[in-house]
Ligand binder design. Structure first.
Ligand code: UD1
Ligand code: CA
Length: 501
């Protein structure tokens, strides 16, 4: 049972990821391994941990329950991985056998990972493989010492402390149940040894399944060298069986990610309410205020302040920008730009340097040049706004005629009045103004004032006549009476000294 492969063969590393289980206790239409956890699915995290080894090897993912969904996901996140279907879930040993049967040429070192251990670090897996290859073991298993081992396979050692077997919780004796060293579900095998023992597995256990873990016990019994490699951080080995446990893993992952960023120079004001996907990048001196969610391909530049109460999904935040109480998706916020409070940036919003999107403003496919501002209560959809232009409060870019969406363009250094409607497609030239309350349906040339509204006329005494006896009528009469008496006083004052100044 000694290793006989050459160095070259050993450098070919293969991984098998077991992902055919349903995860019944999740009570979900989605297979367990596809549930999300801060930027990746559970399976995505496992693939990411295995990725560094697999560039020159093979990745086989055993799929079964919800196999079509899992295949689809793999095509997106790891197209080089090869899915193999396990028609009937007959245990982890059976699953590995199916993977090996689909890879008859597979030799050398084989990493086997349960698909539901998302906190496993790439470095830990690297150390596991390194240990395996440098001890010449037939099998190396990642173990951990945990406070509550309930439900997990226990590492049983002989009197000399050497590995002897893995016993599942439900098959364990009371003494074995007291063992707190558990099997994480991450292993490295010698392909030939694994293949040989998988052929001898029985399903003579409480679940009637073929246990992968029995392969290791059988190898040990045959005198093959087995190494139990203790994980430095037991939380890395945790799995989730239901949504409450998944939330527990998510909190651990959150703490890990936040801790890494804080050590890298990012200020996280309230780590307990800050949720950052593993895919996000942050620069030093960025400040993340409480209750902030940074997701997907989001990045935050140096010294930018994000939050509180902000969600950014695939958003690039430039250095020195401020984003307060905002929900933003697939957008770019330029250096020193300012967004919110209470802003909604929809996909395709692009803010130049020092641009501003203010309070109760929604944007979509909108480009703002350097220093351009939309400070209050507006909708900017399908629009380009030139640099240093100010859009008056409560303006709407009317981009949809019921059939088509069209763009409008406002030039540079323009000043548009409050409560404008820009009916697309329309262009306002550089340096142009528009009057408050205007509906702009025709282009406004550079430097022109665009006005479009009816002349105001006042119908004197209308309220007193039509709404006689109301509080409004009484207030109006009182005001008019005051005006008259002031006018009288004014006539006197006209001759007074104040008027000579
Ligand atoms: C397994 C280990 C246990 C270990 C624990 C760590 C066995 C027998 N037991 O138990 O020692 O402490 O993981 O979390 O391996 N799967 C398949 N096909 C199957 C059965 C399972 O692909 O027929 C996949 C599952 O989708 C899952 C993984 O294998 O990703 C582990 O299966 P699971 O049923 O969760 O095993 P545990 O009972 O947790
Ligand atoms: Ca499990």
């Amino acid at each position: 049972m000694r290793r006989t492969d050459t160095v070259e063969e050993r450098s070919v590393r293969n991984a098998i990821i077991l992902a055919a289980g349903e995860g019944k206790r999740m009570k979900s239409a989605i297979p367990k391994v596809l549930h999300p956890l801060l930027g990746r699915t559970l399976l995505g995290h496992v693939l990411a941990a295995a990725e560094p080894f697999l560039e020159h090897g093979t990745v086989t993912v055993v799929v079964g329950h919800g196999g079509d969904l899992v295949r689809e996901h793999l095509a997106q996140v790891a197209p080089e991985a090869r899915p193999v279907t396990q028609e009937e879930r007959r245990g982890t040993g059976h699953a590995v056998r199916i993977a090996l049967d689909a890879n008859l040429e597979l030799s050398g070192t084989v990493v086997v990972l349960n698909g539901d251990i998302p906190l496993l670090r790439a470095e830990t897996l690297a150390a596991l493989v390194h240990t395996h290859e440098h001890t010449g073991a037939s099998a190396t298993v990642l173990t951990a010492e945990v406070g509550d081992p309930t439900g997990l396979g226990r590492i049983v050692r002989n009197r000399g402390g050497e590995f002897s077997a893995i016993v599942e919780d439900r098959d364990a004796t009371p003494e074995q149940r007291a063992i707190r060293e558990i099997n994480s579900g991450a292993y490295v095998f010698e392909a030939a040894a694994l293949r040989e023992m998988l052929g001898k597995l029985s399903s003579d256990n409480d679940q009637g399944e073929e246990y992968l873990t029995d392969v290791i016990g059988m190898l040990a019994a045959a005198g093959a060298p087995i190494v139990a490699h203790r994980a430095p951080d037991a939380t890395e080995t945790l799995g989730a069986n239901d949504r409450a446990e998944l939330a527990g893993l998510r909190a651990l992952m959150r703490d890990r990610i936040n801790g890494d960023w804080m050590r890298a120079g990012v200020a996280i004001v309230d780590p307990a309410t800050t949720w950052i996907d593993v895919t996000v990048t942050l620069e030093r001196d960025a400040v993340i205020e409480p209750n902030t969610h940074l997701r997907g391909a989001t990045s935050v530049g140096e010294g930018a302040v994000v939050g509180p109460d902000t969600s950014l999904i695939d958003v690039v935040v430039g250095p020195g920008a401020a984003v307060v109480r905002t929900h933003a998706v697939s957008s770019q916020i330029g250096p020193q730009a300012s967004v919110g409070p209470f802003a909604y940036l929809r996909p395709g919003s692009q803010l130049g340097r020092k641009a501003k999107i203010g309070t109760f403003v929604e944007t979509k496919a909108a480009t703002l040049g350097e220093g351009a501002k939309v400070p209050h209560l507006s909708y900017v959809g399908d629009a380009t706004i030139g640099e240093h232009t100010n859009i008056g409060a409560a303006s709407v870019f009317v981009n949809y005629d019921g059939v088509r969406k069209q763009r409008s363009v406002i030039g540079a250094h323009a000043r548009t009045g409050a409560d404008n409607m820009f009916v697309a497609p329309v262009t306002v030239g550089d340096g142009a103004y528009t009057a408050a309350g205007s509906v702009i349906i025709k282009d406004v040339p550079p430097g022109a004032l665009g006005v479009s509204r009816a002349q105001q006329r006042n119908i004197e005494g209308w309220v007193q006549r039509k709404r006689a006896g109301t509080a409004a009528a009484e207030a109006a009469e009182a005001a008019l009476a005051r005006e008259q008496s002031h006018a009288g006083a004014g006539e006197v004052a006209e001759t007074g000294p104040a008027d000579e100044q």
